[in-house]
Ligand binder design. Sequence first.
Ligand code: DOR
Ligand code: ZN
Length: 437
Amino acid sequence: MPGPDATGTVVLQQVRPYGEGDPVDVAVIDGTIAEIGSSLTVPEGAEIIDGAGAVLLPGLVDLHTHLREPGREDTETIRTGSRAAALGGYTAVFAMANTDPVADNSTITDNVWRVGRDVGLVDVHPVGAVTVGLAGEQLAEMGMMASGAAGVRLFSDDGKCVFDPLIMRRALEYATGLGVLIAQHAEEPRLTKGAVAHEGPNAARLGLAGWPRAAEESIVVRDALLARDAGARVHICHASTEGTVELLRWAKDQGIAITAEVTPHHLFLNDERLATYDGVNRVNPPLRETRDNLALRQALADGVIDCVGTDHAPHAAQEKCCEFALAKPGMLGLETALPIIVETMVVPGLLDWRGVARVMSERPAEIVGLTDQGRPIAVGEPANLTIVDPDRSWVVHGPDLASLSDNTPYESMTMPATVVATLLRGVVTARDGRASA
Ligand code: DOR
Ligand code: ZN
């Protein structure tokens, strides 16, 4: 198990598990929830966190994070990304394989895992590449990565689509044999050559080359059929269109073992933002239209989309502050994900806090088979927890974020909720806006 060995006692006072009922105290001893009750006696030497009526959730789990180490440590490192994750309420993140060099072998995946464990702020699970060098041609040594120290359980060429149907079919078959999961970045590359924005009236008016919805949807349906025939599971990264929602609903109705995530930005933002040509808004898949936002929100509420994945994608200023079509795709996400879910799902009444726990912690942990994350808040369970003040707002300012990069699309926006503290196996990893290491 990565991360620090838990020691000592922490008492969370006046917290409301899942935002329900009267506030209670939660005593955590040696990494485990030891007692839940009203006005617990505080043992000598215990660390006290005053929740003041805030919401207690299981620690958040992100299946889709880019930490950029190895290779682009000028934009993010495992340490800075872990800090951002802890501050965002996360206790486990999956670090995507599109690093430099690519995480397509166990030397790299094991190293990412070890560095994450040494940093100790969040469980960093490396994602292994599906194909060598993300080139889409030859399967990577998935078995070696799965059986290494990191125990890789999620494989993805994210950033690129495993576009060759035969390679994807083989990958699904191998993954089934190994008991691991393939996460697909659904983008038919022949339909997105040169594309930088959602194909629609806005891109046409702005003179930007368009990325049609069908580029995503055609791969979603293809992979659903390949998974059906292989008896495999498949996970769809960052679902972004109304049509993808319909296809996921259809596939699930057929009993196909397909799961999907949605990013906070695809729930919240649309392509009207492109009018300023600010590269911060360039992302893959692109920001789409209001009807896509609304369909994705409803699908997340209904369970057609299983969970939230941040697609936290740090980039250097010089790669973002340039001509829109040259800007690298991607936006920061770890520190703003929870407040954006509050804004898009909780405030409109689409999810209650139980629902937030489901889509940001329990379902993602289940999808990848983590047994110590996304657990119930109950005596005897591992103390992977986050405390959220649903009424304390804050203003986003890129340079103040823990991430090494500043490419947040929410600059100067007011977030409606604040993470007060995060605990990983009973160790406080973030508190009052400060990470512990
Ligand atoms: O916007 C994106 N950025 N989408 C991806 O699929 C990859 C990611 C990155 O690595 O920057
Ligand atoms: Zn992607």
